[in-house]
Write a protein that binds this ligand. Sequence first.
Ligand code: PHE
Length: 341
Amino acid sequence: MKELDEIKKLFEESLGLVKTMEDLNNLRTNFLGKSGHLTTCMKLIKDMSPEDKKSFGVGVNVLKDEVNKGIAEKQVELENLAIEKELADMPKVDLTTPTGKEKGSLHPVTIIEQRLGNIFRSMGFTIEDGNEVETEYNNFEAVNIPKFHPARDMQDTFYLNNGQVLKTHTSASQNRIMRKYGAPLKAIFPGRCFRNEELDASHENTFFQMEGMMIDKNVSISNLIYFMKTMLSEVFEREVNVRLRPGFFPFVEPGFELDCSCPYCGGKGCRVCKHSGWIELCPCGMIHPNVLKMGGIDPEEYQGFAFGLGLSRLVMMTYGFGDIRHLNGKDLKILEQTKLK
Ligand code: PHE
């Protein structure tokens, strides 16, 4: 029994000195191996008296359990240390951070909006912000659409409980901007518009327009045609022609639908222009005197033109999107195609 105590002491001391897996394996052999301390002890049993055999046997087994347990614990401890060391030695990079390949990009609407913004800025226009929630007055009355006018069709407008509306067109910002700057003024105001549309490939309840206004002395339809032609030629990076057809909007007089010669086929006719050679792009006209008056501008002294470019349509045309819903969608594979290189 004295020997068992010594072996136990020796084991505890040796275990304390173990630093590596190799040390641990040696320790295991020294105590549990064929000629290890415990194995040698077991061999003594056969020469003992029956009483000694029993108590010594129990003692050996208890010690064997302790040795096994001690070795197993040490093994876990060494393994953990090895993992910690490996981690500490690893380069300090977060392997989960996205690589450059997944870099984001501006949304196609933003890309085109910024391009148009630069073109208009170079022609002396300022870029204005508009509210998405507007007063009924600004959305309708201030642009000459009185109550009970058919253009106020309840089906199309999202009314809020407080009587305000989600703006149905960027023209809703005309009045604020006229009041802010007075005349003369040259401004564009891109913005999100909302209409209660039945959704399909060419109709969304949320879409983008870009409005423009130029107000000054002696502004005429020629100015309108010049600016639209210049701007569209820049956008499509080729010379385009424009033509005006009559169009009705209560806030312009005269009002037009502006068509642009198809930038894809040069007017010869193709799929994009449905073989007509022209693309309907931009309602516009000379600002109605009532609208100027409501904006605090004297129509006897100043005239102006306004246009409402269908920004979502232009984006679709530019990138060849067949479905307007992609513009508000979350399909990154589709949006990826418009990434700036
Ligand atoms: N606000 C009109 C619309 O959304 C477009 C427009 C703007 C027409 C400016 C004429 C002048 O349909």
